[in-house]
Design a protein. Structure first.
Length: 289
């Protein structure tokens, strides 16, 4: 039977997100697998892995709010902005007060411009930025807007600072820590990171990579509709399902005004995602029976 859904995996430290996907891939072949948001090797926590046709829903998971707990060491810098790189201690750096840290954190709430680190998965001319950086190439990435919903100081005892961060897609938490430190006249490197949740997917519910088996995957696979539960949905009739699978426009009388609408069958199975066009709702992604 084909796999179709998501796995909430607690990524261990010291491995890449791709490595985790490979562990899933070998157990679900010939179905595909892919992750919905890279975690650095240093990081742990929620890594959502899409399996089968759920890979077509990855972008919806990527849009979800992420929550992190990050640990930083102030008064240090690194080429990778974390302790996996070459760490250099600053000479007699200032020691920010708790109030200064809190003020700096509060000033970063909202939409900010953030320049991704050179050691990142951003592609430049088809190559990953970190591959170019490791090859000694100069990497200059353009700043881009990211949304920061919350930065909470959990603990601070110089040089260690622990933050809870809630943010939107594309945010680099290690860069966020460095930028916060710079607002206090110093620098910082990230020494630990846990992604505690992605949307409603929590690390408390995640499964370990070392427990993976064909049976565990079958028992743990989350319905694909979990990735789009925030979108309005309707139960399509047998006739409407046939129309959708023929790529025809659908104009339900009670269609909501949102730009994306989910069609499910009478059993709650995902049929299609429709996008609003000037002449009605159009099946943008149609899923097999």
């Amino acid at each position: 039977m084909a796999h179709f859904g998501f796995l909430n995996i607690d990524k261990p430290p010291g491995v890449t997100s791709r490595w985790v996907v490979d562990q899933v891939q070998r157990l679900v072949r010939p179905d595909k697998a892919g992750h919905a948001g890279t975690l650095d090797p240093l990081a742990t926590g929620v890594l959502m892995v899409a399996v089968g046709h759920a890979t077509r829903l990855i972008e919806f998971v990527q849009r979800m709010t992420k929550r992190y707990r990050g640990t930083f060491l102030l008064g240090r810098s690194s080429d990778t902005e974390d302790t996996d790189g070459i760490v250099t201690e600053l000479v007699t750096p200032p020691i920010p007060t708790p109030d200064a840290i809190a003020i700096a954190a509060a000033g970063m709430i909202g939409t900010i411009e953030q320049r991704p680190p050179a050691y990142s998965a951003v592609k430049i001319g088809g190559r990953r930025s970190y591959d170019l950086a490791r090859a000694g190439k100069q990497v200059h990435l353009a700043a881009r807007p990211v949304e920061i919903h919350k930065i909470e100081v959990v603990a601070y005892e110089y040089p260690q600072l622990m933050l809870d961060v809630e943010c939107g897609s594309g945010t680099y938490v290690r860069t966020l820590g460095r930028e916060l430190a710079e607002r206090c006249g110093t620098s910082a490197v990230m020494s630990g990171l846990v992604r505690t949740s992605v949307g409603n997917f929590s690390v408390a519910d995640a499964i370990g990579v070392d427990t993976l088996s064909a049976d565990i995957i079958a028992a743990s696979l989350l319905k694909p509709t979990e990735a789009i539960r925030h979108l309005p949905s309707f139960i399509a009739s047998v006739q409407e399902i046939a129309q959708l699978r023929n790529g025809q426009l659908l104009l339900p009388a009670l269609a909501p005004t949102e730009n994306e609408v989910v069609a499910i069958d009478a059993h709650g199975n995902l049929v299609a995602i429709l996008e609003r066009r000037p002449n009605g709702l159009h099946p943008a992604r149609v899923f097999p029976r």
